[in-house]
Design a protein around this ligand. Structure first.
Ligand code: C2O
Ligand code: CU
Length: 500
């Protein structure tokens, strides 16, 4: 462990302003003490990609899938068993790959996971009743068929969203990838197939016997000392000396990452949360907050066979650091191969939304107050709507984090937005795409713009530090009128389920 964690610094009042704003007393670590999680030698375990789920059946418009949430005992740390709560018993869950404009029906069965669940497909413009509303719960012994329109090509993910229990449920394993592609994108000469690889990054902490320790340290955050990619601690991936496309998702609860290559070569960013950008953006380092997705090309052709390249985490501010959390995974160039792929200078045009098209500006202050995480001073209330744009309204949302000591990645359901500015300065070049999560660092104010649609109804917005979200940094907005109680629109049903 590093000598001083952010929490200890806060306790000592060493962080300017931090102690004054913190009325709660943070507990110290309750797990394996200073020994930390059982040791794993980084870059020894083989990299893997979650399996792609086959539909149960398909018809001319729709693919039907089935996923069961259950407890399972899996090997994450060598020779130790870890209980997880997982989609189809694996974590990350199976990947769904879908084509734009085909419909998916995904039956999520709450079998043996033992807690109520709600599945959110993060980044999809689903109808409210299929959006994983936090109080739209599927209890043990129930199932729910979720309908997804797949109206944009992007790297999405599905994860649990149960009210006040999201952090624990996602931490225990309830997260998986959902990738939507379209012909326009497939026509580009970007790396495809085996060279188009998802990297779902998470951090966890384990007891000496391999049990997952969930310790949100007084509802502040859950920081692990083991970094997993696609469920494997610090994996090693063998690559050819060519270009790869990586779809990077930060699936951690509270940790953000500063991505960089150990060689100092750039990552070439081609996509943001909601798909391809207008043009590639090379960057030597980039930060990625929880639930953000960035797609990058890494070009291994400049390296000789035998070269090892580490994907580093250069620790953005306000994360607890431990020995090992500076590393994410390793690539080893093991063979030469010809490379038919290239990075076109034009990817997919992202039309900037004109500020002048906004009909109003709203302000949201994400704060710590009286031991709670709040938005404009308020906690979650399913009866209150903090915004009510009309369908098709363009609005600017001004998001404040007027504090040192923490950052908040802010997520809006339903729509993709664009970042106008951060503290009045232009966004980082790699953020200039369609996004549904915005990294609001300490003492930062962001202005984001978006058009409310394509659906009407009730949607949530929240900090994607799920520990903050659960306690209680979440609110809801209503697009147009939503008269019916959304939890009555498509309630979960009791098992056994009829054939899909
Ligand atoms: Cu990824 Cu409301 O969540
Ligand atoms: Cu937060």
């Amino acid at each position: 462990m590093t000598p001083i964690t952010r929490r200890q610094a806060l306790k000592l009042g060493a962080l300017a302003g931090g102690s004054l704003l913190l009325p709660v007393t943070f507990q110290s670590r309750s797990y394996a003490g200073d020994a930390g999680s059982p040791k794993v030698t980084p870059f020894t375990l083989p990299f893997r990609v979650p399996p792609v789920l086959k539909p149960v059946r398909s018809d001319s418009t729709t693919d039907y899938y089935e996923i069961t949430m259950r407890k399972a005992s899996v090997e994450i740390l060598p020779k130790l068993k870890t209980e997880v709560w997982a989609y189809n018993g694996i974590t990350p869950g199976p990947t769904i790959k879908q084509n734009k404009d085909r419909r998916s029906v995904v039956r999520f069965i709450n079998n043996s996971v033992g807690v109520p669940t709600s599945v959110h497909l993060h980044g999809m413009a689903s109808l409210p009743q299929y959006d994983g509303y936090a109080e739209d719960l599927t209890k043990p012994g129930q199932y729910k068929d979720y309908i997804y329109p797949n109206n944009r090509a992007a790297s999405l993910w599905y994860h649990d969203h149960a009210i006040h229990a999201t952090a624990r449920n996602v931490y225990m394993g309830l997260a998986g990838l959902y990738l939507v592609q379209d012909q326009e994108e497939l026509n580009l000469p970007l790396p495809k197939g085996d060279y188009d690889v998802p990297l779902l990054i998470q951090d966890k902490q384990f007891s000496t016997s391999g049990k997952l320790i969930f310790d949100d340290q007084g509802e502040d955050g859950q920081f692990g000392d083991v970094i997993l990619v696609n469920g494997v601690p610090w994996p090693k991936m063998q690559v050819a000396n060519r270009k790869y496309r990586f779809r990077i998702l930060n699936g951690s609860l509270s940790r953000s990452y500063g991505l960089a290559l150990s060689t100092g070569e750039p990552l070439i960013v081609i996509g943001t949360d909601a798909g391809l950008m207008s043009a590639p953006v090379p960057t030597k380092e980039m930060r990625i907050g929880m639930a953000e997705r960035y797609e990058v090309i890494i070009d291994f052709s400049k390296y000789k066979v035998g070269t090892k390249i580490v994907l580093k985490n250069n620790h953005p501010k306000n994360n607890d650091e431990y020995d090992g959390t500076e590393n994410i995974m390793q690539f080893e160039v093991v063979r030469t191969e010809s490379d038919p792929s290239s990075i076109p200078s034009t990817l997919r045009f992202v039309q900037p939304i004109a500020e002048s098209s906004a009909v109003r500006t709203r302000e949201f202050r994400y704060e710590r107050s009286n031991g709670l995480w709040v938005i404009n001073g308020k906690i979650w209330d399913n009866q209150r709507f903090d915004a009510n744009p009309k369908l098709g309204d363009v609005e600017i949302w001004k998001i404040y984090n007027n504090a040192g000591g923490w950052f908040h990645p802010i997520h809006m359901h339903l729509l993709d937005m664009q970042l106008l500015d951060r503290n009045g300065a232009p966004p980082f070049a790699y953020e200039r795409g369609w996004k549904d999560v915005f990294y609001v660092g300490e003492n930062e104010t962001l202005r984001v713009i978006g058009k409310f649609g394509p659906n009407s109804g009730t949607y949530m917005s929240h900090c994607h530090n799920s520990v903050h979200e659960d306690h209680d940094m979440m609110n809801q907005f209503k697009v147009g009128e939503a008269t019916v109680n959304l939890t009555s629109l498509a309630p979960a049903k009791s098992l056994p389920a009829p054939a899909l």
